[in-house]
Design a protein around this ligand. Structure first.
Ligand code: MRU
Length: 359
């Protein structure tokens, strides 16, 4: 694999730790405005995750890790001890875990932070040192995500050829992660190396992550991107313009079923009908061996207004019934391969995903 440590990626960073606060890019305002919100409390982080100011599985996990740091900063005061501090870490982590249900990276990051807190407190460190250890863990989660995504990009790029058309859904780019993204990482690497890929970005109703975020970040980087409405994917495939689909995911079940942004399942079915490979790119932290099958993945339902008040105006009759699941599950049989930082996995997923954790 080629070394990309000199990458010229210059996308917007979704999360910046600024010493005593988290500077969080408000993704709801993109692409029109670039605003960083200074967050200083766990409550503000919770609200930012819930209302999708920060979104995308890895970015949610990183935000929660910093949220835990912010939420416990005052817990080591006078009269406090390690036991009380640990109890506070648990309480704030439990609270942050209620912000969104589907992306397993949220729970993965909080578990990792809690383990760090327990080991710091257990080794007799002062409360100040414990709090410092917690912050260092959050910073590590963020910087490891960057490296992870570069590796995912390398493996994904090996599956693509110069001149190919590639369709993606939602936003699994730099904005959804620490840097580079998962599904979008190969496009940045290709761009740097003069490999020409033609990306089709589904707009991704109802919140338009494809239009507002994927089209934005790829265009900023000079990648050849064409925005299409979700209902155009079949037509574009039937024209022979798409040779691969690549998406991110919020959670992969142990059998290889994949939860991702609503509409992903339809894209996977279309890809299969057209004989086009359907790839899923994700870090190992998105693979959840504790959840045996996709039907056990909790699927978030969001407010009806996301569907009835699109584009800042009412677009449906008042009182109409609305179903608004934020994610769907693509059965493993539609997934050609799962691309991780440890390599590319194919079916049988129940066996091969487990093996990946043993590497
Ligand atoms: O509701 P969102 O915008 O958080 O959903 C994001 C997705 O579905 C992404 O594809 C997924 O989290 C992977 S991000 C690398």
């Amino acid at each position: 694999m080629t070394d990309t440590s000199t990458s010229s990626y210059a996308g917007l960073q979704s999360l910046i730790w600024a010493g005593d606060k988290l500077e969080l890019l408000d993704q709801r305002l993109l692409p029109e405005e670039t605003v960083y919100l200074p967050l200083t409390t766990a409550e503000e982080v919770w609200e930012s995750i819930r209302h999708m100011k920060v979104r995308g599985a890895p970015a949610i996990g990183i935000a929660a890790a910093y949220g835990l740091v912010l939420g416990t900063a005052g817990a080591g005061g006078e009269g406090s001890d390690q036991e009380a501090w640990l109890a506070e870490v648990e309480r704030v982590a439990d609270y942050l875990a209620t912000s969104r249900p589907t992306a397993v990276n949220l729970f993965w990051a909080l578990d990792r932070m809690k383990a760090k807190a327990a080991s710091a407190a257990g080794s007799g460190l002062s409360l100040e040192a414990c709090q410092k250890a917690l912050l260092e863990e959050a910073i590590a989660i963020q910087s490891e995500d960057e490296e992870t995504n570069r590796l995912i990009g390398e493996y994904a790029l090996e599956l693509m050829k110069d001149g190919m058309g590639v369709l993606t859904h939602c936003n699994a780019g730099g904005l959804a992660t620490a840097k580079y993204g998962t599904a979008l990482a190969p496009f940045y690497l290709a761009q740097e190396r003069g490999i020409s890929l033609k990306v089709f970005a589904d707009e991704t109703r109802p919140v338009l992550q494809g239009a507002r975020l994927t089209a934005f970040e790829l265009q900023q980087a000079g990648v050849d991107v064409t925005l299409i409405c979700d209902n155009m994917a079949g037509m574009v495939m039937s024209k022979g313009w798409v040779q691969a689909v690549i998406v991110g995911t919020d959670r992969v079940a142990a059998n290889g079923d994949v939860a991702n942004k609503i509409g992903t399942y339809s894209v996977a079915v279309l890809a299969k009908a057209h004989g086009i490979p359907f790839y899923v790119a994700c870090p190992m932290s998105t693979i959840d061996l504790q959840t045996p099958t996709g039907d056990l993945i909790p699927i978030e339902e969001r407010s009806p207004e996301e569907v009835t008040e699109a584009f800042g105006k009412r677009t449906a009759p008042h009182g109409v019934k609305v179903f608004n699941p934020a994610f769907d599950v693509t059965p493993a049989e539609y997934v050609t391969a799962i691309i991780t930082e440890k390599g590319v996995v194919k079916a049988p997923y129940d066996v091969n995903l487990k093996k990946l954790f043993e590497l």
